[in-house]
Design a protein around this ligand. Structure first.
Ligand code: PLP
Length: 396
């Protein structure tokens, strides 16, 4: 059988690569999972009530664009942020993942490229690779908290096949929140070069310091912006597979609708669950944010005590990117699983190289840690990491 070069070129997810080892080790050791962004916060009950309300005579196809109730729910949620969208601007997708795929598919042709700031969400490689679209990686540095380079530097990466800038804010894997000045810079650039700005804001509600501005609030971007959204992280409902893609650009709306029609519809049951989630009162996030702020403060404090470790200063999402004094994080991560433990317990981390595209060596001494554990477990996990770093034979 012929297997396409297109999929052969898509790298295995850095998270999945270590999974077989972890599965084997888990039989004899307890593993603290800092490697996955799967929140442990209970899903609001409204989800299950929404799901239970589904009992039609025939389980028919839903509308391609999305269930009306869910579209209304999304619109109301955005109105709460001061962003007034028409229902025509919103397309329900199978998670934020399909939203990114649709955005890439509708804005880029094979051989085109999308600017992304490294380190970026590793799955973007799959969403672009599937359409033969290249990632044009712009490096950022742990020393500057993974903030953006200046305007002239960013512009140097743009070439005649650049069609879009894809940015995740708050950022996965760094937890960075871009400043208003950085957002204005990107806004100027996309308008100057007539690019699309694809803004992945699935972590919009996870902001621990300062104010957050959505790219949707920059009205000069109306014709250039594609917003990516999802209930997965926001309502701790990753398995609901419900997201959306939003744009005010009328021409793009036509094409997004074709993508939705090609896959007929999203699942009815999950859409009703998601619609109910969108009625969750704002107070829900106050408790969630309090909990994540505690976790963020805990992991930051622990990391700052580890000699030779540089970490991003996470202000949002629930990840921190760390640079460690070691030869190779992939080896270190394997070693932590297979050859190290404290009282039968160890940690699993995600190697950093999967979050880069410009150079295979980049990220080799970095890792992403997800602080999705309660603070007690987090402290234990950090102690294991700290001791592991001291004993690891590949330490520099
Ligand atoms: C989790 C995640 C998504 C999408 O997740 P879905 O479950 O498909 O909604 C998109 N972007 C980023 C940065 C993520 O971390």
């Amino acid at each position: 059988m012929h297997i396409s070069q297109r999929t052969l070129h898509i790298p295995t997810s850095p998270i999945r690569k270590l999974a077989p080892i972890a599965n084997r080790v888990e039989k004899t050791k307890k593993i603290y999972h800092l490697n996955i962004g799967q929140p442990d916060i209970p899903t609001p009950d409204s989800f299950f009530e929404g799901v239970a309300s589904y009992h039609p005579k025939v389980v028919a196809y839903g509308k391609s664009q999305g269930n009306e109730k869910l579209l209304q729910g999304i619109r109301n949620y955005y109105a709460g942020w001061g962003m007034e969208y028409d229902l025509d601007d919103i397309f329900v997708t199978n998670g934020g993942s399909e939203a990114v795929s649709f955005a890439v598919m509708t804005t880029c042709d094979p051989g085109d490229n999308i600017l992304m700031f490294e380190p970026f969400y590793a799955n973007y490689k799959s969403f672009t690779g599937a359409y033969n679209v290249e990632i044009n990686g712009v490096p950022t540095s742990p020393d500057t908290g993974y903030h953006l380079p200046d305007e002239a530097t960013v512009e140097k990466y743009i070439n005649d096949r650049t069609r879009a800038i894809l940015i995740c804010n708050p950022g996965n894997p760094t937890g960075v929140i871009y400043t208003r000045a950085e957002m204005d810079m990107l806004s100027r650039i996309v308008r100057k070069y007539d690019l699309t700005l694809i803004a992945d804001e699935v972590y919009r509600e996870f902001v621990y310091d300062g104010v957050y501005t959505s790219f949707g609030q920059l009205r000069e971007l109306d014709d250039y912006l594609v917003l990516i959204d999802s209930v997965s992280k926001r309502y701790s409902a990753c398995g609901a597979r419900s997201g959306c893609v939003i744009t005010r650009n009328k021409a793009l709306q036509q094409e997004l609708l074709k993508c939705c029609q090609a896959r007929l519809s999203c699942p009815n049951i999950e859409q009703l669950g998601a619609a109910a989630l969108y009625t969750t009162p704002k107070s829900y996030w106050e408790d969630v944010k309090k909990e994540y702020t505690k976790r963020r403060d805990t992991i930051k404090a622990c990391l700052s005590r580890m000699p030779g470790v540089i970490s991003s200063d996470p202000k949002g999402a629930f990840y921190v990117m760390v640079k460690m004094p070691i030869d190779d994080t992939e080896k270190f991560a394997k070693w932590l699983l297979e050859d190290f433990d404290i009282d039968g317990e160890t940690v699993m981390i995600t190697p950093g190289n999967g979050f880069y595209a410009s150079d295979v060596k980049r990220g080799q001494d970095e890792a992403r840690l997800a602080y999705v554990l309660n603070t007690e477990d987090l402290k234990k996990a950090m102690r294991i990491l700290e001791e592991g770093l001291k004993k690891y034979p590949g330490r520099k």
